[in-house]
Ligand binder design. Structure first.
Ligand code: ARG
Length: 264
């Protein structure tokens, strides 16, 4: 069974700005509330699947967003190489964790920026979707294909609010997906339409802003910060149940439910 990696928010805070959500939120995290929200999310996930924890590190406030640790496939992981200096030191701690757990650790080329499962998501048919344009670089996709020997498709992100693919795209079982159109270049919207057709649930702007695409998919459950009645209905029609987990404090840093976890 798939396991999820999470990191306690002991050192979580907004103390630099590397995406538009963080602007105006410096020092504004309610730490007590963040701790409660994270614990609640942890309990929900742990009720559905095993959860492993990585030790948080002082001075690395975004380490809670374990989605960015790397891209995992089986017992192999491509460890991230972060765009921003503020997050770069996280990589060695994630690498240490994966080595200690018996994973084969891989790296892309030295200069290639790649932010892990934030920007690379497998659909349920085993195809990898790689987002680039804001954080990860387009060439990361070619390198991933070579390292993991997988079929991959690139998606171009165009709006800094949707800087990681997982803020705007969430594969669900049976070829279904949730996505937010305005995050993507027109050619990428066309590619998604081609590949997924009527199986895409395009979310509204208010749902996108509530990080509805940043959802954790476990069988028929979809865990997200908040969903409109319309989105809940669309998902219910396809056999999915929405579980809401308020993560308002983490949205101040530009991340929500899915970013706080990594499937390992
Ligand atoms: N503050 C973090 C950053 O900008 C948030 C990361 C959210 N992670 C994600 N996978 N979307 O890097």
């Amino acid at each position: 069974m798939k396991r999820f990696l999470m990191c306690d928010p002991k050192f979580f805070e907004v103390c630099y700005v590397i995406n538009p959500w963080m602007e105006g939120n410096l020092g504004k995290v309610n730490k007590e509330l963040a701790k409660q929200q994270w614990q609640n999310l942890h309990n929900i996930v742990a009720g559905l699947a095993p959860v492993s924890l990585i030790e948080p590190v002082a001075g690395l406030p975004d380490m809670v967003f374990t989605a960015n640790a790397g891209l995992v496939r089986g017992k192999e992981v491509i460890v991230s190489s972060f765009r921003h200096a503020e997050r770069q030191p996280e990589a060695k701690f994630f690498e240490k964790f994966f080595s200690s757990q018996g994973y084969t650790v891989q790296h892309l080329q030295k200069e290639t920026i790649f932010e892990g499962a934030g920007d690379a998501l497998f659909d349920t048919r085993g195809r990898l979707w790689v987002g680039s344009g804001i954080r990860s670089e387009p060439r990361s996709m070619d390198e991933i294909m070579a390292v993991l020997d997988v079929e991959a498709h690139g998606l171009e992100l165009v709006d800094p609010h949707w800087y990681h693919l997982d803020t705007a795209f969430c594969p669900l079982p049976e070829g279904q997906v949730i996505a937010y159109e305005k995050a993507f270049a027109r050619t990428s919207v066309a590619a998604l339409d081609d590949e997924f057709g009527a199986s895409i649930i395009w979310v509204s702007e208010p749902d996108a802003k509530n990080f509805a695409c940043n959802a954790i998919s476990i069988d028929q459950r979809v865990i997200m910060h908040r969903a409109s009645a319309e989105l809940k209905f669309a998902l219910a029609q396809r056999g999915f149940e929405v579980i809401e987990a308020d993560v308002s404090e983490f949205i101040k840093a530009g991340g929500a439910c899915k970013c706080l976890t990594l499937k390992i």
